[in-house]
Design a protein around this ligand. Structure first.
Ligand SMILES: *Cc1c(COP(=O)(O)O)cnc(C)c1O
Length: 372
């Protein structure tokens, strides 16, 4: 009996991607086994963090790395690190930032809400967000103009939620931060596949969620410059206490990185593309629907399928379709946020073949029920 059945929880298919309210991702059995073993043992946590440092910095070709509870907490403790360094007195004083440079410059378009506002993740450390540019656009000059009084660091992010904002030249923005003697942090969250690109921007810290495409237990990976990583780790004796990584999360992240390093990316990419192409073909065979594939909007190495009502038929509304998918058994969740036109998105990376059959059958049923 599954946990869902035993406790009468909703059975669901997640075609929405690495979505936190649905449990984010599924770990492989190798990761699960390691986590189970970690849970029943004791470890010297500093040794685990040293292991993580070696494993993650090898993966990212970085100077150093550490693990926090998640990326939301990684944002808070990374910003704290830029204000305190490893000073015990400063670490103990936070979120009181008296006497510290405490302004965090962030482009207006990067002020996203991933469950809470990223501005709150900044403010929890005691820092003050200083917003540059407008929601649609932020130039390098606008970033520079905001690096004035008491700057602590510059925060940038990569996210599928950045739908309105014109792309910012990361390397350019980071150069400006460095010119003013402050570090730059990139919240890369789901971008583990693009870690080398993000490292090339010369960001001082890059933050990743290990539970997204690496599919480990929830963990934030803080990757970058040695002194700053040490200052992040030092926050565990301060505000970072409430944001610490657990033994099972550190082990899970290390094993997930081992798996990623063994992955043949080209083989994986073509398997993903074939899965999406087959799905698109099968949806196009359903009278009343049309489908196509589109590359991931954040530049991850896979596509998503987009579906809409076929105009030549009595077109079924995307919102109605999403509601029918969600209210059935199992409940099917798709990308229905931030979608241009009247389309639904299906991310299939973590969807297995049986689930794809269920989705196709359900789409057929919904369309025929609604065209009578
Ligand atoms: C998912 C996400 C976060 C939060 O990550 P957690 O590990 O769930 O805390 C932060 N920023 C962005 C851009 C995200 O996509």
């Amino acid at each position: 009996m599954t946990i869902q059945d035993k406790y009468k929880l909703t059975n669901l298919i997640n075609a929405r991607g690495t979505f936190t309210p649905l449990g984010v991702s599924r770990s492989t059995s190798t990761i699960c086994d390691a986590v189970v073993e970690a849970l029943s043992g004791y470890f010297i946590i500093d040794e685990l963090q040293d292991l993580a440092n070696k494993s993650i910095s090898g993966f990212a070709a970085a100077e150093a790395a550490t693990v926090t509870h998640c990326t939301a907490s990684a944002i808070t403790v990374s910003i704290a690190a830029t204000m305190t360094g490893t000073s015990q007195a400063r670490i103990a004083a936070l979120p009181d930032t008296t006497g510290m440079a405490n302004c965090v410059v962030i482009p207006a378009g990067h002020c996203v809400d991933y469950g809470h506002s990223i501005l709150q993740a900044i403010r929890i450390s005691g820092a003050k967000p200083v917003i540059a540019g407008s929601a649609e656009n932020c130039t390098l000059d606008e970033i520079e103009q905001q690096i004035t009084e008491n700057p602590a660091c510059c925060l940038l992010l990569v996210s599928s939620k950045l739908v309105e904002c014109e792309a910012i030249d990361f390397a350019g923005a980071i150069n400006i931060a460095h010119k003013h003697g402050i570090p730059a942090i990139i919240d890369g969250a789901a971008q583990d596949f693009r870690i080398s690109e993000l490292m090339l921007t010369r960001a001082d810290l890059v933050l990743l969620s290990a539970q997204k495409y690496l599919a480990s237990p929830t963990a934030g990976l803080v990757i970058g410059q040695k002194n700053l990583v040490a200052a992040v780790r030092a926050q565990e004796k301060g505000i970072g206490r409430a944001m610490k990584a657990t033994k099972e999360a550190i082990i899970g992240a290390v094993v997930a990185i081992e798996e990623r390093e063994k992955l043949n990316l080209d083989v994986w990419k073509s398997a993903q593309q074939e899965k999406v192409n087959n799905f698109v073909t099968r949806v196009n065979n359903i009278e009343g629907l049309s489908a196509r594939s589109e590359p991931d909007p954040t530049g991850l190495p896979f596509s998503r399928a987009l579906i809409q009502g076929d105009n030549s038929q009595s077109a079924i509304d995307a919102e109605i379709l999403a509601n029918h998918l969600k209210s059935g058994k199992p409940s099917i969740w798709v990308i229905d946020q931030n979608m241009a036109k009247r389309e639904l998105g299906f991310e299939l990376v973590q969807v297995n073949d049986d689930e794809i059959v269920t989705i196709i059958n359900r789409l057929g049923e919904i369309v025929s029920d609604n065209s009578e």
